[in-house]
Design a protein around this ligand. Structure first.
Ligand code: TRP
Ligand code: SF4
Length: 417
């Protein structure tokens, strides 16, 4: 049977976005393949090493979330990464053959750094009373620059700021801060401010928390997670594709140096969840707009009532446009076709109120969550027994991992004990 491996970092309780992005996919895969799903607690340490007080709790929460959703320890092997020390050994051996440049050029590493730097720049300017305008500008950055007079303003379009920083960041020579300064001053920001912000970026602590060996080597550990089980498929989101590519490169390099050992795994791209958060932006813990799988009935109803609707619709008998309404996006996932079409029609005619429409939705989300909640009660009541299942999974994973490691040590000509 084909082998599937995937992991999730324990960063807190799961929400509907995780369900429709990842879990749903895993549920299907576990029916067809020999699956291993693990909690990537070492990976969580790569950027959260300073806040470990919640780690155990987060792992326990993840165990409960997975099992409540129907991830099934009798079908899949479920385990915790740090329980299989062999991942660390293989990661160490891989680190010997992985050129540093592969990691430094790794797009997710760069993107994370970009985000940290950009956020800092934006927050710094906002803190100095520069107004960051969120609405899209009427013209492109280049057009704006052509006309720019350099006359001082204390506002800037967010889009220009981001675009300028993006260009400064992603160029061949490393970050081109001089060009960035020039552009921002030309767009009217005060020279002193811009210089201070850039100096802080160049010399300060921004991004330092991920300037660690562990963070840089994140994909090497991930390659070990995957290759140690000789996986055929790795279900991941789009953001993880570079890591899978790197995994394949490491496998090829290893095979070439020490003989054919690892098959090259293929990514199974998990479709992006179409579910936005209740405010219409991407669902994320940090935006505070998520509906959690562990939310109770009332909580779900409260959140749905807060959801963004068609902003043009003010009174109940105004005709609405379901296409631009977050509530309707949810209906398209949770509501049966017929009923959904009816709601769309009533909305367009202005003969259903948004509150009523939301109540219908809350009802359906609650219906969807019902079996998950029931299972959760069972799991929570006997958490010890379910943790034991993870312990068994860890043992099972370890016995396979250690077989691969014997082969690896032999292939590399290491000392045999
Ligand atoms: N990097 C993955 C993520 O953040 C988690 C992960 C760690 C993983 N090891 C893995 C995913 C191995 C697939 C296979 O989503
Ligand atoms: Fe959205 Fe429903 Fe209101 Fe129409 S009636 S705008 S679909 S919440």
């Amino acid at each position: 049977m084909k082998k599937v491996v995937s992991g999730m970092r324990p960063t807190g309780k799961l929400h509907l976005g995780h369900y429709f992005g990842v879990i749903k996919n895993w549920l299907e895969l576990q029916e067809k393949y020999d699956c291993k799903f693990f909690i990537a607690d070492w990976h969580a340490l790569t950027n959260k090493y300073a806040e470990t007080e919640k780690l155990k709790e987060n792992i326990r929460e993840m165990i409960i979330d997975w099992l409540s959703c129907g991830i099934d320890p009798t079908k899949s092997t479920l385990f915790i990464q740090s329980g299989v020390k062999e991942h660390a050994e293989l990661s160490l051996l891989f680190s010997m053959i992985t050129p540093k440049s592969w990691l430094e050029l790794n797009p997710s590493y760069k993107d994370l750094k970009f985000n940290l730097y950009y956020q800092y720049l934006r927050d710094f300017l906002a803190g100095k009373q520069v107004k960051i305008i969120q609405t899209p500008p009427p013209e492109s950055l280049d057009q704006a620059l052509e006309k720019a007079t350099g006359k001082q303003k204390n506002k800037i379009f967010e889009e220009y700021l981001r675009e300028a920083f993006h260009r400064a960041f992603y160029n061949q020579k490393g970050i081109d801060f001089n060009w960035l300064k020039e552009v921002l001053v030309k767009l009217g920001l005060q020279k002193k401010l811009v210089e201070e912000a850039v100096r802080n970026l160049e010399e300060g602590d921004v991004g330092k928390e991920i300037d660690t060996l562990g963070f840089l080597a994140y994909p090497v550990l991930q390659a070990a997670d995957i290759l140690i089980y000789k996986a055929d498929f790795v279900p991941v989101g789009e953001d993880q594709l570079p890591h899978i590519e790197l995994t394949r490169e490491i496998a090829r390099r290893f095979n070439k140096l020490y003989g054919e050992t690892f098959p090259e795994p293929e990514a199974i791209l998990t479709e992006k969840s179409r579910l936005p958060g209740i405010d219409g932006r991407k669902m994320s813990k940090s935006y505070n707009n998520a509906i959690y799988l562990s939310d109770g009935r009332e909580e779900v109803e409260r959140k749905v009532l807060e959801m963004k609707t068609d902003p043009q619709r003010i009174r109940k008998n105004d005709p609405g446009n379901p296409e631009v309404c977050t509530v309707f996006t949810y209906h398209s996932i949770f509501t049966e076709d017929e009923k959904r079409e009816e709601i769309a029609k009533l909305c367009r005619e202005g003969s259903i109120g948004c509150v009523e429409c939301k109540k219908l939705l809350a009802e359906r989300i609650n219906r969807f969550l019902y079996p998950i909640r029931e299972k959760r009660k069972e799991v929570e009541k006997e958490i010890g027994r379910y943790e034991e299942l993870f312990r068994e999974g860890t043992e099972k994973a370890r016995s396979q991992a250690s077989k691969t490691m014997e082969e690896v040590r032999k292939g590399m000509g290491l000392w045999e004990f």
